[in-house]
Design a protein around this ligand. Structure first.
Ligand code: PLP
Length: 381
C-alpha cells in the first residue's frame, strides 16, 4: 500500500515506541504520588515537559499536556473566552478554514455562552490577510484564532504577522499548529503566539496525546475540573507514556525537520507537476508556494471524491478528500467553499499528503496509475 494520507495521521516512529516502553509496567506510578515510584513518573513527566518547552522556546510551566489536538483547541478557546467574559469581553475572531475543533467550539460558545464570532474571509488560496484580522478587532475582542497550516489545502498562514498585530492590540492569539507541528518551525516567540495547540499523532507520535502552550500571564479558565494536575489548568492523571512519546516524537521531527522538508518538497513538486500535466481539468487547491512541503491537494473536475478514493484504495493507494474528521459528511468542504469554490465543484477534492515513508518510487507509481483511475471514475459518472 502507498500511504498518502500523512495529514490524517502518521505511524508511530519505532524510536518513540522504545522511549515509551519503560512507562507501562516499570515506571508506572502516578506522578502525584509521593513515594519513589510516583516520583520517578513525575520526573519523566517533567523531563518531557522540559524537552518540549526547549523546542517551543518557552518555559516548562507554559506547557499543558492534553489528550489530543481537539482538547488543546477546546482548552485554549473555551478557557480564554470564558475568562475574558468575566471582564465583559465576548467577541472572538477566526477564519472559515479552521478545523472543526476550532469552528465547532466557537459556534458552541456563540450558541450557548452568548459570544459573537467574526469570521474573517480568506482569499482563493486560503490565505488570511493580517490587515483584515486587525480591522475585525474591537474593544471587546477576547481572542483571535488562526491556524498555522491548513489540513485540507496545506496553506501556511502569516502567523507571526497576525500575532504581532494581536499583541499590539492587547488581544490573546491562539494558533492551531496541529498540522504544522512536525514540519514547520515552532518557536512561540518568533511566531508571536500566546496559545499553540499540537497533537502527537501528526508527527509520528501516539494518538490520544497533545499539548497546549499557554503564554505566562494569559488568563485561562480550566475546562475540566478535578485534581490540580498541570497547574490546575487540566485536571486528570497525566498519561506519562504518551507524554514521553509526544516529547520524543517532537524532538525527532523537529531535529530532522529541515532535511525532511526539503526531501518532501522535491517529491511534492514532482507529484503536482506530473498530475497537472497528465490529467486534464485538475487544479491545485491552496497556495502554490506557501504550503506545507509534503502537501498536495486538488480539485478533480467531473469526478466525485468518494468514488475516486475507493478506486485509489483498490489500486493500493491510501488518499483522502480532505479532513479525516469530516469523512461521511455528504456536504462539500467548508474550507473549499470558504475559499470561494462552488459547493458542487468542491465535491471533487483529492488530498495526497507525503511523509517519512514516501519515496520517489511511490510518486512515480501514483503518476502512472492516477490518470487511468480518474478517467474511469469520470467515465462512470
Ligand atoms: N486541528 C487540525 C488542523 C487537525 O488537522 C486536526 C486533526 O486532524 C485536529 C486539530 C485534531 O487533532 P486530534 O486528532 O489530535 O484531536
Amino acid at each position: 500500500m502507498i500511504y498518502l494520507d500523512h495529514s490524517a495521521t502518521t505511524p508511530v516512529d519505532p524510536r518513540v515506541v522504545e522511549a515509551m516502553s519503560p512507562y507501562w509496567t516499570e515506571v508506572f506510578g502516578n506522578p502525584s504520588s509521593i513515594y519513589g515510584q510516583g516520583r520517578r513518573a513525575a520526573a519523566a513527566l517533567e523531563e518531557a515537559r522540559g524537552r518540549t518547552a526547549a523546542i517551543l522556546g518557552c518555559q516548562p510551566a507554559e506547557i499543558v499536556f492534553t489528550s489530543c489536538g481537539t482538547e488543546s483547541d477546546n482548552l485554549a478557546l473555551r478557557g480564554v473566552a470564558l475568562a475574558a467574559a468575566q471582564k465583559g469581553r465576548r467577541h472572538l475572531i477566526t477564519t472559515p478554514i479552521e478545523h472543526h475543533a476550532v469552528l465547532h467550539t466557537l459556534a458552541d460558545l456563540a450558541e450557548h455562552f452568548d459570544f459573537e464570532v467574526t469570521i474573517v474571509p480568506v482569499d482563493h488560496t486560503g490565505l488570511v490577510d493580517p490587515a483584515a484580522i486587525e480591522a475585525a478587532i474591537r474593544p471587546d475582542t477576547a481572542l483571535v484564532s488562526v491556524m498555522y497550516a491548513n489540513n485540507e489545502v496545506g496553506t501556511i498562514e502569516p502567523i507571526a504577522e497576525i500575532g504581532a498585530i494581536a499583541r499590539r492590540r492587547g488581544v490573546p492569539f491562539h494558533t492551531d499548529a496541529v498540522q504544522a507541528g512536525g514540519i514547520l518551525p515552532l518557536d512561540v516567540q518568533a511566531l508571536n503566539v500566546d496559545l499553540l495547540a499540537l497533537s502527537a499523532h501528526k508527527f509520528y507520535g501516539p494518538k490520544g496525546v497533545g499539548l497546549l502552550y499557554v503564554r505566562k500571564g494569559t488568563r485561562l479558565l480550566p475546562t475540566q475540573t478535578g485534581g490540580s494536575q498541570e497547574r490546575g489548568r487540566r485536571a486528570g492523571t497525566e498519561n506519562v507514556p504518551y507524554i514521553v512519546g509526544l516529547a520524543t516524537a517532537l524532538e525527532l521531527a523537529q531535529g530532522e525537520r529541515e532535511a525532511e522538508a526539503a526531501r518532501l518538497l522535491a517529491l511534492r513538486e514532482r507529484l503536482v507537476a506530473g498530475i497537472l500535466a497528465a490529467i486534464p481539468d485538475v487544479e491545485l487547491t491552496g497556495h502554490p508556494t506557501r504550503r506545507m512541503p509534503g502537501h498536495a491537494s486538488f480539485l478533480v473536475h467531473g469526478a466525485d471524491a468518494q468514488s475516486l478514493l475507493i478506486a485509489l484504495d483498490l489500486a493500493g493507494i491510501a488518499a483522502s478528500s480532505g479532513s479525516a474528521c469530516a469523512v461521511g459528511t455528504p456536504t462539500a468542504s467548508a474550507v473549499l467553499t470558504g475559499m470561494g469554490y462552488d459547493a458542487t465543484v468542491a465535491l471533487g477534492a483529492l488530498r495526497l499528503t507525503l511523509g517519512r515513508a514516501s519515496s520517489e518510487a511511490d510518486v512515480e507509481t501514483v503518476l502512472a496509475r492516477l490518470p487511468g483511475i480518474v478517467a474511469a471514475v469520470r467515465g462512470n459518472r
